[in-house]
Write a protein that binds this ligand. Structure first.
Ligand code: PFF
Length: 513
């Protein structure tokens, strides 16, 4: 490749950006309702298993791939074998169209709630406020019912900020932004968790509902149990930004000597620790709400994507003092966590286009953000919540996980796990155990295939959340098919041959004989 690839300015800069991508709304907003819906403490066990058997091995794999090929997913895949390039596109495309578009809208909700915090505009019934006054949800995913302008305003602002950050090269834009966002995020989160813990009824609820595993709920051979496993694996992909193409892209900007395994471990473990800790705030606050209303914990709130927007305002209402400050604090945490994730996906998608078509960064980022903002409009309509819920379900359980299975096969069998492992060793830092070869060749893809099987089984045993089959086909399956069509179109365009050839370290092959 002739053009010079930019590099992260420092090791810490890369780590903060990678953790910034991983730690996002998924850790607070999505983790909260996933854990609450899937039995609280019961969810943590499959979550930890998914982290060890899929999360960490895949994080190492994605870092290795990006670092070895110095490329975004389509180019990295094409360099290994051109036939696999479609999946290299599939990852950023399905994630960009399937996740970033609604994610920007959710950050838009947070911006509105940040403003509402000044005078607790949500009133006494926070659930009715969220559904009827704020979202004004329609009765079906097909009844769009017009745009909610305040949500569109927040969403457009999100895209504008994303554009401003990604417009500059990674070491100036994303790296600098992460250096500010991440430390601030940690401090604000700790304050928030500390505050939640001292609420009345919080500890009791945490102990009983969050820290106690209920084994009967996670038996994968029951319908309810298998759903918990599917949700946990889906959540691990989402929360670690795996299968999006993000980590491949971020690792492509690492210098030659880099501790791939160490970085992968730090990113994965810190991210999940962050979720675990914020879980105390979520469960503590629900416990407080249940206690103050005198209702059972499991009935304290109707769950789903609205959880954070109903629970927190409600808890804030119950506070004797400091209501405004804690509202501002909570929604600021969400906005910052969300923005540092959204930019990572804008970057991955733009980098893929730039690698293939040699467009200029500035033009690509501008066009992608404009298109993204337009695409987000559907999630700002009165049917936005329903469409979001369906798209999220299908993209997570099928889109990201399929990407994960394919990358295991590509690296484990086509490139060969031993070649990848030697590369990691050469790059320096922690050594990778041979056990990893076994994981990426057999264990991880096998488990992920079983997970997809469970997901399909539950899909056919009843419509997800009772949506109509037509809605699931159009917004769920249709979204995945559209992403595949776009990926095939992008793949068919020819590469300039210079790009497909990339010299690896000469000693690498020598080491392998
Ligand atoms: N890891 C992110 C999170 O947990 O929120 C997932 C993510 C979503 C990354 C959307 C990027 C993005 F645009």
């Amino acid at each position: 490749m002739t053009e010079k690839r930019s590099l992260w300015g420092s090791k810490v800069g890369f780590l903060l950006a990678a953790i910034g991508s991983a730690v996002g709304l998924g850790n607070i907003w999505r983790f909260g309702y996933m854990a609450y819906e899937n039995g609280g403490g019961a969810f943590l066990v499959p979550y930890a298993v998914a982290l060890v058997l899929a999360g960490i091995p895949l994080m190492i794999l994605e870092y290795t791939l990006g670092h070895r090929e110095k490329a975004s997913p389509p180019l990295a895949f094409a360099r290994i074998d051109r036939k696999w390039e479609t999946i290299g596109w599939w990852m950023p495309v399905v994630a960009f169209f399937g996740i970033t578009l609604f994610y920007a809208a959710v950050i838009g909700w947070c911006m509105n709630y940040f403003v509402f915090s000044f005078n607790q505009a949500w009133g006494a019934d926070t659930s009715a406020f969220f559904m009827d006054t704020f979202l004004q949800v329609s009765d079906s995913p097909f009844n769009l019912g017009g745009i909610r302008w305040p949500i569109l305003a927040g969403t457009a602002l999100t895209w504008l900020i994303g554009w401003a950050i990604c417009y500059r090269e990674v070491n100036h834009g994303i790296e600098k932004a992460s250096m500010v966002f991440m430390p601030l995020l940690v401090v604000l989160t700790l304050v928030l968790v500390g505050w939640s813990l001292q609420l009345e009824g919080a500890w009791a609820a945490i102990k009983e509902h969050y820290l106690t595993a209920r084994w009967e709920k996670i038996n994968p051979f029951t319908a309810g149990g298998s759903k918990v496993w599917v949700a946990a694996f889906g959540q691990i992909f989402f929360t670690l930004s795996l299968g999006f193409g993000i980590m491949i892209t971020y690792a492509s900007y690492l210098p030659k000597k880099s501790d791939i395994v160490g970085n992968a471990l730090i990113t994965s473990v810190l991210n999940c620790l962050y979720s675990f800790i914020t879980g105390f705030a979520v469960f503590g606050t629900i416990g407080f709400m249940a206690a103050s209303k005198g209702v059972p914990f499991d009935e304290a709130i109707t769950s789903g994507p609205g959880l954070a927007f109903v629970v927190y305002p409600e808890a804030i209402n119950q506070l004797p003092t400091g209501q405004t400050i804690f509202g501002l604090l909570f929604f600021l945490v969400l906005i910052m966590a969300g923005l540092s994730s959204a930019v990572s996906l804008i970057e991955a998608f733009c980098c893929s286009l730039i690698d293939k078509f040699s467009f200029s960064r500035k033009k690509t980022v501008t066009v992608v953000c404009l298109m993204g903002c337009l695409g987000s409009v559907i999630f700002t309509t009165r049917a936005g919540l329903w469409i979001l819920d369906i798209v999220d379900h299908f993209v997570n359980n099928y889109g990201l996980v399929t990407g994960g299975i394919v990358e295991c096969l590509l690296v484990g069998w086509v490139l060969k796990a031993t070649v990848a492992r030697r590369h990691v060793d050469q790059a320096g830092g922690l050594k990778l155990s041979r056990f990893w070869d076994v994981l990426v060749r057999f264990v991880t893809p096998a488990i992920l295939i079983v997970v997809v099987g469970f997901a399909l089984y539950s899909e056919f045993s009843g419509n997800y959340e009772g949506y109509s089959t037509k809605a699931l086909l159009i917004f769920g399956v249709g979204w995945l098919v559209a992403a595949l069509v776009i990926s095939v179109i992008l793949m068919r365009y020819p590469w300039s041959s210079k790009k497909l050839t990339h010299e690896h370290e000469p000693e690498e092959d020598h080491l392998l004989v």
